[in-house]
Design a protein around this ligand. Structure first.
Ligand code: NAP
Ligand code: MG
Length: 403
């Protein structure tokens, strides 16, 4: 059988530690034997980010704008201990933050469902995709301690010097205060990314906030979503037989738990932070969460939701075997290859992506899995595999399917 051809390169962003090891194993075992893989390679490993003064991250983002689809390995976000561990010139910013800012995107996270790893919520049958707005609110808030009695106001000074103000509180004693903001442009991008991704994946969109209490702030989010939906997406949604609806965040929580899954849950920044961890854990495992950054301009960047699995990497460096789960990283590749295939009209590539996912899922469902899953599975006959043997087991399933 000849290798599957590609016409446009994928933007490939390599990363750090254990996931970097998995990255090359996945390419070696699951991609290169079957595809004439075309990528434009960017090394986002921490050493190269430091060497290039983090220019490589910006270049990789620019390439994503040029080609439209990227696949990214997990990367270290440096903190003080990483600065000394890698002898860094400075504490470089989070690559994901840099990429997200340049692509103006929203991150969608969805679990990979397999039989034998059961969600804690019995009714969930399909994945729930969580979309978190990643700008502003409490993450860019200004806060102040109020030492004693006095008045706090919010003051807006327009460019022409005109002022308007609103009373926050007349303090009788000590307290605290917080001022936060968001931007119409950012909320609009968020809404468009959600609606675009819903059309791409044929799923409903639920957006939830607290507009009954926050009559200006949250209500503004609701209005922007509604307006963009009606003006730009309603027709396409009706054609695709999917729906958009807004509800209160507390109502959403109740509906989500009672649902079957299979929709996109759009959340404001803080709600998304909390709910994405809740949904990930309730589905079973962080190692089974996929993540895709979708920009309203139609760029896609696929990755795993977990980090570089540092603890396993240190074991690997000591020569010990690790049992690190590569599912989410495999699905980052399959997601990117499928999207590339769809954009370029390459049905073979789309089919390969589908089979790669199917082979990975079947491997686990046949009882062969990494340790993290073996600890939580409901299957009774289980073989625990190390990192490399799991990928090899997927390869043999894949070869059977392709034969
Ligand atoms: P992590 O890499 O997600 O791993 C935390 C723990 O979760 C691991 O020690 C392991 O538990 C378990 N785990 C996560 N992924 C797994 C997998 N694929 N297979 C098996 N077990 C898995 O988080 P971290 O150790 O806190 O962070 C390490 C580095 O990743 C940090 O430098 C951080 O900056 C970076 N990070 C990057 C991204 C990204 O690029 N998107 C996201 C988050 C974090 P056990 O040790 O109990 O086996
Ligand atoms: Mg969180």
């Amino acid at each position: 059988m000849g290798k599957i051809k590609m016409t446009t390169p994928l933007v490939e962003m390599d990363g750090d530690e254990m996931t970097r090891i998995l990255w090359s194993m996945i390419k070696e075992e699951l991609l290169l034997p079957f595809i004439d893989l075309k990528t434009e390679y960017y090394d986002l490993g921490l050493q190269n980010r430091d060497k290039t003064d983090d220019k490589v991250t910006v270049e990789a983002s620019e390439a994503t704008k040029k080609y439209g689809v990227a696949v990214k390995c997990a990367t270290i976000t440096p903190n003080a201990s990483r600065v000394s561990e890698y002898n860094l010139k400075q504490m470089w910013k989070s690559p994901n933050g840099t990429i997200r800012a340049l692509l103006d995107g929203t991150v969608f996270r969805a679990p990979i469902l397999v039989k034998g790893i059961e969600p804690y919520v019995r009714t969930w049958k399909k994945p729930i995709t969580l979309a978190r707005h990643a700008y502003g609110d409490v993450y860019k808030a200004s806060e102040m301690q109020i030492p004693g009695p006095g008045k706090v106001e919010l003051v807006y000074t327009a460019e022409d010097g005109n002022k308007s103000s609103v009373l926050v509180h007349e303090f009788q004693g000590a307290g605290i205060v917080q001022g936060m903001h968001n931007l119409d442009a950012s909320i609009e991008s968020f809404a468009r990314s959600c609606f675009q991704f819903a059309l791409d994946t044929k799923q409903d969109v639920w957006f939830a906030a607290k507009d009954t209490i926050s009559k200006q702030y949250d209500h503004h989010f609701k209005d922007i979503f509604e307006e963009i939906y009606q003006k730009e997406y309603q027709e396409a949604f009706e054609k695709a037989k999917i729906t958009y609806f807004y509800t209160l965040i507390d109502d959403a929580v109740a509906r989500v738990v009672k649902s079957e899954g299979g929709f996109i849950w759009a959340c404001k920044n803080y709600d998304g932070d909390v709910m994405s961890d809740l949904v990930a854990t309730a589905f079973g495992s962080l190692a089974m969460m996929t993540s895709v950054l979708v920009s309203p301009h139609g760029y896609y960047e696929y990755e795993a939701a977990h980090g570089t699995v540092q603890r396993h990497y240190y074991k690997h460096l000591k020569g010990e075997k690790t049992s690190t789960n590569s599912m989410a990283t495999i699905f980052a590749w399959s997601g990117a290859l499928r999207k590339r295939g769809e954009l370029d009209g390459l049905s073979e590539l789309v089919r390969f992506a589908d089979l790669l996912e199917k082979a990975s899922v079947q491997t686990i469902e046949s009882g062969r899995m990494t340790k993290d899953l073996a600890l939580i599975t409901t299957l009774s006959e289980v073989t625990v595999l190390d990192s490399e043997d799991f990928i090899k087991a997927v390869r043999s399933e894949l070869e059977k399917m392709l034969a």
